[in-house]
Design a binder for this molecule. Structure first.
Ligand code: PCP
Length: 404
């Protein structure tokens, strides 16, 4: 029986997930067959890994670790994992589950669903972050997803490197402040953009940034000028969300707006663009705008395909063809050279460059107890940004690990 007390939304309750009801029916049938065949005692080690990344991806950034820890907490399993926010490469184990298969096999769908969805969003946000450099990157994407998972999507976008998110609940759950500008609906309701901007300015608390939406009726540079003249020094910026039917060349629209604002003495006014922005648009606009509002391209990213495979049975290496048997560890040096070794093999220095290495898989759960300290979203984001900085500074990036 699934958890009761829900509204009529097609969403799983947390207890449905924790108790293994959000699963593929073949796992449930496998559990029954294993139990009735008296194989309950079979112990396995299962590794989660991605054997191929989306086209053009050289790395991905791990998300979902905190949620996986919560859904496995209390089960008789040991879990080792890379820390949330760790950059990983193809074929590297990012997590390992150990225990009696019968006690956790049914959790596979939920574990992978969390890892894959979050990792895909975190990775895309990180790619957008790299493309944007130090430009402001705001995530406006919860309208692209089911509201039940909006906080997860907001968190993933944030830890991937967005500066802030617009979702109120998502921000609240991360202890962050939501950010936003103003919707067209508000401007249209006033019937006059200047009245709308002024009312916003008069009524909003001082800590809310004054960013005027400047594309509702007139030309962008005319509206931007009007906004700067109406709000004076209080205007932080303008948002250009020009519809695609009128866009032509967004770079030129932004440049023209910038030129005009400067010419009229409003050089401090920042320009934000939004609406259908993806990585390539970010690259093409970064030198002419101050920030981006991004929704769909981060909320609906290419899927990072993470699979969970048995690599050991009752202490013996065993896997299906196409997957490397045996439990593994991943060691990384400062140059992002990764070496995959059998779990029991310890590595002190990088075989490629002799730099010191650190093991990436660390204990997360011991017999159902979470033993790792779970960092805040901001701490994870800081870790992601550090790695991105390092990757950007490297002359060459080794896209595949070395196998010991
Ligand atoms: C859009 C809305 C989305 C932003 C852009 C991201 O702005 O704020 O969250 O869009 P994307 O999914 O295309 O990247 P508007 O179209 O200005 O929304 P509204 O008309 O409600 O102001």
């Amino acid at each position: 029986m699934r958890a009761m007390g829900l509204l009529k939304l097609y969403v799983a309750h947390e207890s449905d997930i924790k108790e293994g009801r959000v699963t593929d029916v073949y796992f449930q049938r496998a559990a029954e067959v294993i139990r009735k065949s008296k194989l309950d005692d079979v112990s396995v080690a299962m590794e989660a890994h991605s054997y191929s990344l989306p086209a053009g991806y050289e790395w991905a950034v791990l998300g979902g670790i905190e949620e996986v820890a919560y859904i496995l907490e209390g089960k008789p399993v040991d879990v080792y994992a890379m820390e949330e926010g760790t950059v990983f490469k193809v074929m590297e184990p990012v997590m390992r589950l150990e225990g009696k298969y019968a006690s956790f096999g049914q959790m596979e769908s939920a574990v992978l669903g969390i890892l894959r969805h979050s990792t895909s969003i975190v990775t895309k946000a990180a790619r957008c972050r790299l493309a944007a450099g130090d430009r402001m990157l705001l995530f406006f994407g919860i309208r692209c997803v089911h509201p039940a998972i909006a906080p997860m999507v907001d968190r993933s976008a944030f830890i991937g490197g967005c500066d802030a998110v617009s979702g109120i609940l998502g921000a609240e759950m991360m202890n962050e402040k939501p950010v936003g500008t103003m919707p067209h609906a508000m401007v249209i309701a006033f019937g006059d953009q200047v009245r709308a901007w002024k009312a916003f300015d008069e009524l909003m608390p001082p800590d809310v940034p004054r960013i005027a939406l400047c594309d509702t009726w007139f030309d962008e540079r005319i509206e931007a000028t009007l906004a700067a003249e109406s709000l004076g020094d209080r205007l932080l910026g303008v948002r250009l969300d020009t519809p695609s039917s009128r866009r032509g060349n967004m770079r030129k629209i932004a440049m023209e707006t910038r030129w005009t604002l400067k010419l009229l003495g409003h050089e401090k006014v920042k320009i934000f663009v939004s609406g259908g922005i993806d990585e390539s648009d970010i690259k093409g606009l970064s030198d002419v705008v101050d920030g981006f509002g991004i929704g769909t391209s981060i909320a609906f990213p290419p899927s990072v395909d993470i699979a969970l495979d048995v690599v050991e049975v009752n202490g013996q290496p065993r896997s299906k063809k196409g997957k490397l048997p045996g439990r593994k560890q991943v060691y990384r040096c400062d140059a992002f050279h990764d070496t995959v070794v059998p779990w029991t093999k310890e590595l002190k220095a990088c075989p490629k460059c002799n730099r010191p290495v650190e093991p990436l898989l660390k204990p997360l759960i011991k017999q159902g107890r979470i033993v790792a300290s779970l960092p805040t979203a901001r701490e994870i984001r800081d870790k992601v940004l550090l790695q991105l900085k390092r990757i950007a500074s490297l002359q060459t990036f080794e896209t595949e690990p070395t196998f010991y």
